[in-house]
Design a protein around this ligand. Sequence first.
Ligand SMILES: [Zn+2]
Length: 404
Amino acid sequence: MRYLSVILPLVLIGAVAVFSWLVTWLGALVIASPIKPPDRAHWTERARSAFPLWSFTAFTPVVLGFLFIVMVPVVLQIDDAPQASWVAGTTALAAFIMSMLASTGTEARVRGREVSLLDTVKGWLITVLLFLPSLAVFGAMIPFLPSRLNWHAAIVMAVAVLVILILRYGGDLFVLRTFGLLREPPAALREMVARLAADAGVQCRCYVVEWKSANAVAFTSTNVVAFSTSMLEIMDEKELAAVASHEIAHLCEPRRAQLARFFGSFLFLPVFAAGPIIGTFGFGGFVIGLAFTALGYSGLQRVARAMEVRADAAGHASEVDEGCYARALEKLYAYNLVPAVLRQKRMTHPHLYDRLLAAGVTPAYPRPAPPPNWPTLVADFIVAMSAFMFISFLGAVIHLLAGI
Ligand SMILES: [Zn+2]
């Protein structure tokens, strides 16, 4: 407790912020240097070359945030003091934000278009809200958990579950709107979505998200579909309609898929509550919890993938022009520079190349080789190890100072 004056936490947060910026900037520089495909190369080749940097900038803020939120209470050796929770949370947030900011310039260089600091911040806020809300909330919960399962732990977990539920049932849209990232759609888009939804037999609202990434999203709990501003810029009306049909198909999924998605939001609780679970049941208890999560996750992935294939079939079936759904998909991947084939076998979305074939279009180019995963894995391993050494060093200095 005596180490937690006002100065030491500030020094800790500042040092971690500078470290996180530097390590991400350096990592991105090293990982980006060997890749420079000619500008006239086919987009699949450019996407393949950009992938290591793209995944490094996506993973590193999360890796650093998670590492510091777990390590700071250990280093400070005051895991039950309430201030430690705030110091750990703020340090992890500082690491996340600085790492995210460090990747802005390099990302813009590889994608070949302007990505401002504000765009990066907006992009991360949207990504966390739309795709990682549970992980973010459970991650933020870690420093507030005690070392054993008791009433205190139950209340912290219940609050986290409640926040996730609120986000799921409209809170996500509320946050987007509050930050000025959610807009009403143009009248033509609203009418088109309403017509397609009526054909599918669902009620559905439509919005536009201020987002540099080309994407469309279905909010399955609130019957909303949203399109990013970039998506509206690159697609014609027919392509938009085909993508809208894909998203609307997500709103009329069978009940078992809806249930799987609902319970899937809480699947990772045993992982994030590792501290109190190990403190109460030992490491064996944690392994059992982990096994449940892994089992549930593999089931959820299977359902989610089946739902993507089903939604792709709906997009293809709705085509006004033959091949316009496939055209829309390819535009989306090319704009975002997402490789047409990835190394992972069982992802939620099938590879673009297979989605095009399923939509009845054989690409004019041969199936591209997947990009390598090892550069990102090696780089993030080095980042995690150096972060570990850095925080241990800081801990030693703090203890030394406290001893004087
Ligand atoms: Zn989908």
